[in-house]
Design a protein around this ligand. Structure first.
Ligand code: SF4
Ligand code: SF4
Length: 376
């Protein structure tokens, strides 16, 4: 029976987070269960973009620091790494903005640049997995609890996508534009990395149209498990939604890998169901349910696609460089879209440092949203 440990943590006060993380891991048997002296432990936070912790787009540095301290106390050698979109240009900018650099300096731990570390080709599909991930004795997954306009929810399993360095991540978006097929890729990469432990930063999560343009939501939760799928099933349930509407959970269920919610043992804090959590208004999941010919026909009239607010855009072109489909080109004032090439992966939206993207919606889309509301 998979276990999920839950602790209540109201703020990012370092003491409170430290106590919360320790308690969370104690329910699972304590940190020493996951590392021995001399082990190489890699912490993999969500470092989606070079945004400050107050934006709640990335794993909060207080959570990373608390987990790092516990592992350092076991005598393990702790490092931190991720491969966020656009980081090939300047990973230091991401480390600095997200507060991770400060943590590393305080604790004297190494920050790893996945883009410069090489990769191993793994699995039947030949996924490139960053060498420091594979070479570590223990991978600790540190996701942020957020909604995602394409995948509905991004947390434990999806955070392992960052184990793939560089542009290949964007290629998978292009090659597998439907949420269900893309979810298969997410699941396969997670299974290859197989982190020993996942600690979720749900102190302040993100609701609405995440993963970067949504709204912060106080949840006051730290959650941990040895089974990332148990977390990805339990958390949507706690937030009032059928967990198998999340494509990656459904992909896991198709392979008999997803735990039945009733089989998940909850340890620690008995959190109450949050029934007003705002999920993204998502078209993609519905399209997955339709025959492909009908879906394509409907897509012409019923669309939601990224657009740029010129008031916010600084024309930095980070989005242009991140587009896997060459659907964005530099423009005089703002980048210009070629929607005929766009695969709606929303990588551009994820990486924009100025929150300049919004979702433009067709009339039919808006009308159907009125009736269907947000996902439940
Ligand atoms: S939309 Fe965002 S990422 Fe793209 S050019 Fe404008 S500010 Fe930069
Ligand atoms: S324009 Fe944005 S949503 Fe469209 S393919 Fe490029 S990165 Fe993806």
């Amino acid at each position: 029976m998979p276990s999920v440990s839950v602790t209540h943590c109201q703020s990012y006060d370092p003491e409170e987070v430290r106590d919360g993380v320790r308690e969370c891991l104690d329910h699972l048997g304590g940190v020493k269960k996951f590392a021995s002296p001399g082990d190489r432990v890699l912490l993999k936070p969500n470092m989606l973009m070079a945004a400050p912790p107050e934006r709640h787009v990335t794993t909060h540095p207080a959570v990373i620091e608390a987990v790092a301290e516990l592992f350092i106390d076991t005598g393990a050698e702790v490092r931190v790494g991720d491969s966020p979109g656009g980081s090939f240009r300047n990973i230091e900018k991401f480390w600095r903005a997200t507060g991770i650099l400060d943590v590393a300096e305080r604790l004297d731990i190494e920050l790893i640049n996945f883009e410069a570390s090489g990769s191993y080709i793994m699995g039947g599909e030949g996924y490139p997995i960053s060498r420091p991930v594979v070479d570590s004795d223990t991978v600790v997954n540190l996701p942020k609890l957020k909604t995602h306009s394409m995948t509905i929810f991004t947390c434990a399993v999806k955070n392992m996508y960052g184990a793939v360095p560089g542009f290949r991540k964007a290629d998978y978006h292009r090659e597998h534009p439907g949420p269900s097929e893309f979810a298969e890729k997410l699941l396969e990469i997670y299974l290859l990395v197989n982190p020993a432990l996942t600690v979720v930063d749900g102190v302040v999560g993100m609701e609405g149209n995440g993963p970067s343009g949504g709204d912060p939501r106080d949840l006051g939760l730290l959650l941990a498990s040895e089974d990332a799928l148990a977390l990805d099933v339990y958390i949507p349930l706690l937030l009032g939604m059928d967990p198998f509407r999340v494509p990656v959970n459904e992909a896991a269920r198709r392979r008999n890998l997803a735990p039945d919610p009733s089989d998940i043992e909850i340890l620690g804090f008995g959190a109450e169901v949050v029934d007003d959590f705002r999920w993204p208004s998502n078209i993609y999941y519905t399209l997955d349910l339709l025959p492909s010919g009908l879906a394509r026909a409907l897509m012409k009239l019923w669309w939601s696609r990224p657009a740029i607010d010129p008031e916010r855009c600084r024309n930095c072109n980070v989005c242009v460089e991140s587009c896997p489909a060459d659907a964005l080109k530099s423009g005089a004032l703002v980048p210009e879209f070629d929607y005929s090439s766009c695969i709606n992966c929303l990588c551009c939206m994820e990486v924009c440092p100025h929150r300049a993207f919004y979702q433009d919606k067709s009339l039919l889309y808006r009308l159907t949203s009125l009736f269907s509301g947000v996902l439940k």
